[in-house]
Design a protein around this ligand. Structure first.
Ligand SMILES: [Zn+2]
Length: 204
């Protein structure tokens, strides 16, 4: 946007002057923009869209991942329904952005909590369709393999880390469509601390 829009210069002209093109939308990157990602730089508009759904720093995120995140925000209900069916779900699904074995979280958690959740996996997701709640039996899909489990804690994501969310006593117990969320799933799955791919899904 023409923040310094005096005179006749259009945004396009000043963007061309900067000489950089956003690798996601192919539009010019404004002269005063600064949105570096892991392997490039985004325009303000794309960076804004990614930040809406994405908790990791942009500098840890690739251009390819950014493109997928933006694409997913524009998916129609029919496309979401088709994606749900493609993974064998019937009610709801969420895209998993990252996962971590619970025991690798901040040591400030009490021992009781660690004992209770020690073998659970924490999924950092965005709900694409339907809703999730504590107690839901879910499956998650990771590189062609399925894992099953029960959601022990479910919460919308109001803080940057799950630890903070717990500390602030802000576990909401449910999350619905369009909301970034934490799902703590008691299960017997992935190797501790294993990162799941961007395209993985959790569903009911
Ligand atoms: Zn862009």
């Amino acid at each position: 946007m023409g923040l310094f829009g005096f005179g006749k210069k259009s945004d396009d002209e000043s963007e061309k002057k900067a000489g950089k093109t956003c690798p996601v939308c192919n539009k010019g990157i404004g002269k005063f923009s600064y949105n570096p990602v892991k392997d490039g730089e985004l325009c303000d508009n794309c960076a804004e869209q990614v930040k809406e759904w994405w908790s990791k720093p942009l500098t840890d995120t690739t251009v390819d991942e950014c493109g997928k995140i933006i694409y997913k925000q524009d998916m129609s209900d029919e496309e979401k329904q088709a994606e749900l069916e493609s993974v064998g779900g019937t009610k709801a699904y969420a895209d998993i952005y990252s996962s971590i074995a619970f025991r690798y979280l901040d040591e400030s958690f009490t021992e009781r909590t660690m004992e209770e959740y020690g073998d659970a996996v924490l999924l950092d997701c965005v709900v694409m369709l339907g809703e999730f709640g504590s107690g839901d039996r879910v499956r998650f899909y990771h590189e062609g393999e399925f894992f099953e489990g029960v959601i022990t804690e479910c919460s919308t994501k109001d803080y940057d880390s799950f630890e903070e969310q717990c500390d602030m006593k802000m576990l909401t117990g449910e999350a619905s469509e369009g909301q970034p969320c934490w799902l703590l799933v008691k299960t017997e799955p992935a190797e501790a601390g294993e990162k799941l791919d961007y395209d993985d899904k959790v569903f009911v």
